[in-house]
Design a binder for this molecule. Structure first.
Ligand code: NAD
Length: 261
């Protein structure tokens, strides 16, 4: 479905971003796999790129980028345009870091880093991306928000705040860039089976396995969201099937935000 398209994904060295990169590539896109961990990004890109027929263009490259740096984001988009030989068609601003813990005793520098990556990093990614996306005829900007951007939980203060900020960014950019032909949406996953989930829970739970079991039992679908579910949602939002969808945050939470079971 995405033959000839150019897709850029941040935070794609692991978890949902990596799975979305594999999926877009399988659907025919050329993909820039980006992560603050350049080795992880390269590993995912290599896995996607090999083994290809000799006359086929390289399917994926890895690019190191800390989204909290405006220079890194600008360099990422410049590398993508030169790899694609064309503007970026889909930019998935997926990189994010977690905060869980007591608000009063939290290290101010750690709190600042959550805002720097999840909010400022999304803003810098979007600004760099949109300068290229406005030149594409099928442009889509997608953020990875969270169920924590729609509802809140205690001991997740700054993470909740950072993801709520994305809802405003999505709506505002959808209005500003709709006339230029760019759709802007977010995916808000619930608890998803990636390394992030366990790291996040380990900050506030003594028994992570028991916490995961409690989460699963509170989900109407009876299972964690999978990285493949996330890739399905990203592919849908980027596709022509979603041509009337913009300014929207899509909950991908197995029904968890609907209420208590
Ligand atoms: N896993 C969940 O339960 C869950 C739920 C809701 C939302 N999310 C969100 O999904 C996104 C992806 O998370 P995941 O679950 O795939 O986690 P993950 O830890 O598997 O992957 C996140 C990737 O982001 C990278 N990263 C971190 N800081 C970065 C930075 N400054 N610049 C660039 N890359 C950076 C990491 O190196 C890592 O490879 C995040 O935005 C997260 O907030 C996760």
């Amino acid at each position: 479905m995405f033959e000839g398209w150019g897709v850029v994904i941040t935070g794609a060295g692991s978890g949902m971003g990596a799975e979305a990169a594999r999926r877009f590539a399988r659907e025919g896109a050329r993909v820039v796999v980006s992560d603050i961990d350049g080795a992880a990004a390269n590993a995912v890109a290599l896995e996607i790129a090999a083994p290809g027929p000799r006359d086929e263009p390289v399917r994926a490259i890895g690019v190191a980028c800390d989204v909290a740096s405006a220079q890194d984001c600008a360099r990422l988009v410049a590398s993508a345009e030169s790899f694609f030989g064309a503007p970026v068609d889909v930019f998935l601003a997926n990189a994010g870091v977690s905060f869980a813990g007591d608000f009063l005793t939290a290290d101010p520098e750690a709190l600042k880093r959550i805002v720097d990556v999840n909010v400022t990093g999304s803003v810098f990614s979007a600004q760099a991306a949109l300068r290229s996306l406005v030149k594409s005829r099928r442009a889509s900007l997608i953020f990875t928000s969270s169920i924590s951007g729609v509802t809140a939980r205690a001991k997740r203060s700054v993470y909740n705040a950072s993801k709520h900020a994305l809802a405003g960014l999505v709506k505002s950019l959808a209005l500003e860039f709709g006339p230029a032909g760019v759709r802007v949406n977010a995916i808000a996953p619930g608890s998803t089976d990636t390394p992030f989930l366990r790291t996040h829970l380990a900050k506030v739970e003594d028994d992570v396995d028991a916490a995961v079991a409690r989460i699963v039992s509170a989900m109407p679908t009876g299972r964690l969201v999978s990285p493949e579910d996330f890739a399905d949602a990203a592919v849908f939002l980027a596709s022509p099937a979603a041509k009337s969808i913009t300014g929207h945050t899509l909950l991908l939470d197995g029904g968890a935000a609907s209420g208590r079971m």
